[in-house]
Design a protein around this ligand. Structure first.
Ligand SMILES: C[S@@+](CC[C@H](N)C(=O)[O-])C[C@H]1O[C@@H](n2cnc3c(N)ncnc32)[C@H](O)[C@@H]1O
Length: 425
């Protein structure tokens, strides 16, 4: 049942309040805006349960974002709260993403939860509401200033029992382990062994994970601990800020490369760091001056997915199959052969590249990548058009063999190897 259907309009403070109390008006406006946000999140299916709806309704987000206008606080948007040299370092995540993650965590009263990346403390507060007074929430932030602000906000919100720790979340927080749930709100390339050790058998680890760097393919799988392994269905799309500290991953030098001159939003932009794609497009730019340079030499009809979830499934398959020859492009004008976002792959010798739009294959410079692109789409259709959520993922400590052995692809990182299985629908 939709828990927002029986929400009554919040009554404004009555006019005989003497003297005029601005704080009461703000509280009333905040309650109205909270109701609107919850209705929106329910309609978007980010909130799917009474419990998560109630947590959002009772916790004013402005306690965690003081000094911002209420209308801004209740937009369904991420809000950056700290920058260093212009670069975002901390934020309050988008409420839709937070709600979806809270639903996936299947929280219940009495559970112990560890959060990595406290930020403002708002998500820790929602977690605390959901596990109730018998539960326990600990949140770790590497930035002492953020940790201290989060603890203050939580106390103001009436939740002083939530413990905020200043430190590198890569080590987890063993003092309160084991945990029923660990939720990571910072982007990862690997899983810390400490998280697995501190998670109960059968517990969930929800973590934003970059699985394919050249495509910047990020998922948020919910791994269930099964002995030394973790088993998940690939999760929602979504990315967070980069992890700092001992598990920080080297940053991409130039994550986007404008290929055409003029405003990037009107031109052709290579969106992620694929060295092969970068070399191919740079060579094309140098070798073929003139307006025809960015036009496809041939095109063929080939239906491909148009919605994000299924494009994510195709991207995963592409990334696993062709590795660092995969790329993602954005075109601001039809003159380049397509408009919008598209996946692509460079051919095996680097002479040509094929772009996969929602309805066509476009071949640039040479059609050498065409057979692979066709085979990829055939395979995706033969697998019943999987979306990004349909790929099983198992994480095992690097160097150990999974049992039983699995068909699929493997991505080895320092601590864990991720085995991406054949999609099940
Ligand atoms: C996106 S914000 C957290 C958002 C918050 N949990 C929420 O959902 O609103 C990411 C936070 O992670 C913190 N962080 C980055 N690297 C970290 C690390 N190694 N250990 C703990 N916290 C880290 C940053 O300081 C930042 O405050």
């Amino acid at each position: 049942m939709d828990p927002t259907s029986n929400l009554q309009p919040v009554q404004p403070p009555t006019s005989n309040l003497q003297p005029y109390n601005g704080a009461m008006w703000d509280a009333w406006r905040s309650a109205c805006l909270r109701q609107d946000l919850v209705k929106h999140l329910w309609a978007e299916q980010a909130i799917r349960s009474q419990e998560v709806a109630e947590a959002f309704l009772v916790l004013p987000r402005e306690y965690f974002l003081p000094h911002l206008p209420l209308e801004q606080v209740y937009q369904d948007e991420a809000i950056v709260v700290k920058r260093v040299d212009g670069e975002p370092r901390s934020s309050s995540s988008q409420p839709a993403l937070m709600a979806d993650m809270l639903e996936v965590l299947e929280l219940a009263p009495g559970q112990r939860v560890l959060e990595i990346g406290a930020g403002t403390g708002y998500n820790a507060a929602l977690l605390a509401r959901l596990v109730g007074p018998r539960g326990r929430v600990v949140s770790v932030d590497i930035d002492p200033e953020m940790a201290s602000a989060a603890q203050t906000h939580l106390a103001q919100a009436g939740l002083p029992e939530v413990q905020v720790v200043s430190g590198d979340g890569a080590a987890g927080w063993c003092a309160r382990a084991p945990y029923d749930r660990i939720v990571v709100t910072v982007q990862q390339y690997d899983l810390s062994p400490a998280w697995v050790q501190q998670l109960k058998e059968g517990g969930l680890l929800l973590v934003p994970l970059t699985l394919h760097e050249p495509l910047r393919l990020a998922l948020i799988p919910a791994f269930r601990r099964e002995g030394r392994s973790l088993v998940a269905r690939s999760g929602s799309l979504g990315a967070f800020m980069y992890m700092q500290g001992q598990m920080a991953h080297p940053r991409l030098a130039e994550p986007a490369l404008a290929l055409t001159s003029g405003p990037p939003e009107e031109g052709l932009v290579l969106l992620a760091e694929s060295l092969q794609a970068r070399a191919f497009f740079q060579a094309l730019r140098n070798s073929r001056p003139g307006p025809g340079r960015w036009r496809p030499i041939a095109r063929e009809r080939a239906p491909a997915p148009s919605d994000l979830q299924h494009q994510g499934g195709l991207a995963l398959l592409l990334g696993m199959e062709v590795g660092s020859r995969a790329f993602r492009l954005r075109s601001g004008h039809d003159r380049y052969g397509f408009k919008g976002y598209a996946l692509g792959l460079v051919g095996p010798t680097g002479r040509g590249a094929t772009v996969i739009t929602t309805s066509e294959l476009l071949h640039y410079a040479d059609a050498e990548a065409a057979p692979e692109a066709r085979a990829l789409l055939d395979r995706w259709h033969a697998l019943s058009c999987p979306g990004q959520r349909d790929f099983p993922i198992t994480a095992v400590p690097t160097g150990e063999q999974p049992r039983p052995a699995q068909a699929g692809w493997s991505i080895a990182r320092t601590h864990h190897t991720f085995l991406i299985g054949t999609p099940r629908r």
